[in-house]
Design a protein around this ligand. Structure first.
Ligand SMILES: C[S@@+](CC[C@H](N)C(=O)[O-])C[C@H]1O[C@@H](n2cnc3c(N)ncnc32)[C@H](O)[C@@H]1O
Length: 206
């Protein structure tokens, strides 16, 4: 156990059980460190509507709902196996009423039909598509709203020499996104070495 895991309160039994299931099935979900940071952002920001890209089994959506009773979460997942797992997670959870699962590719969604304006967007889908996700959904974000993107340091490989061509291409796309988001006009952005790397972009107010 790391020092930080040792000194913070343990994860609740509910999320521990979901995390153990994710580990058993090899489903990537937010780390404990990421959860602690996101919890603080959510408490400070108090979003009324959250949009998530990349539901997987529904762990992070349930976590958001647990932090903010009454919040409305729309979460998008394209993989039918994950959609089925997420539906099972939501219906067995106390958070079902807060969460809407859209079973589509996020890049195919008709945004005229999705809830808006959004106060908090969590991008956690295919890492090579981050710029497309950002450009598609940022239009729906309220001024002073937040866009948080996970895995932007990609297992600390972002500045390493990688031999595999596919991995090098993926890392190149993540690097391009990181440069794009840190320089994006109209946003104040910082990348934090938390969990697998989190970008936090705050949309400038009007
Ligand atoms: C890292 S997992 C999400 C983990 C989840 N946010 C959590 O922490 O519990 C990424 C998920 O995004 C989904 N995904 C990837 N690209 C997508 C897209 N374009 N549209 C919808 N879902 C996508 C994948 O199928 C996968 O289940």
């Amino acid at each position: 156990m790391t020092y930080l895991e040792d000194i913070h309160p343990e994860e609740s039994a509910y999320f521990k059980k979901l995390r153990a299931f994710a580990a058993k099935k090899d489903i990537p979900i937010i780390t404990l460190e990421t959860m602690r940071f996101l919890r603080q952002l959510l408490i400070m920001k108090k979003p009324k509507k959250i949009l998530e890209i990349g539901t997987a089994m529904g762990f992070s959506a349930c976590f958001f709902a647990s932090v903010l009773p009454g919040v409305k979460i729309t979460t998008i997942e394209r993989d039918p196996a994950m959609q089925a797992l997420a539906e099972a997670t939501f219906s067995a959870s106390p958070y079902e009423a807060s969460i809407t699962l859209l079973k589509e590719d996020a890049l195919d969604i008709d945004t005229t039909t999705t809830p808006k304006p959004i106060d908090f967007i969590f991008i956690d889908g295919a890492k090579a598509q981050n710029i497309k996700f950002f450009e598609k959904f940022e239009k729906q974000l309220n001024p002073n709203g937040l866009i948080v993107v996970d895995n932007v340091l990609f297992h600390d490989m972002i500045d390493q020499k990688i031999t595999s061509k596919n991995l090098r291409q993926l890392i190149g796309k993540i690097d391009r996104f990181n440069r794009y988001i840190t320089q994006k006009q109209g946003y104040d952005t910082a990348i934090h070495a938390i969990g697998d790397g989190l970008a936090v972009a705050i949309k400038q107010g009007e």
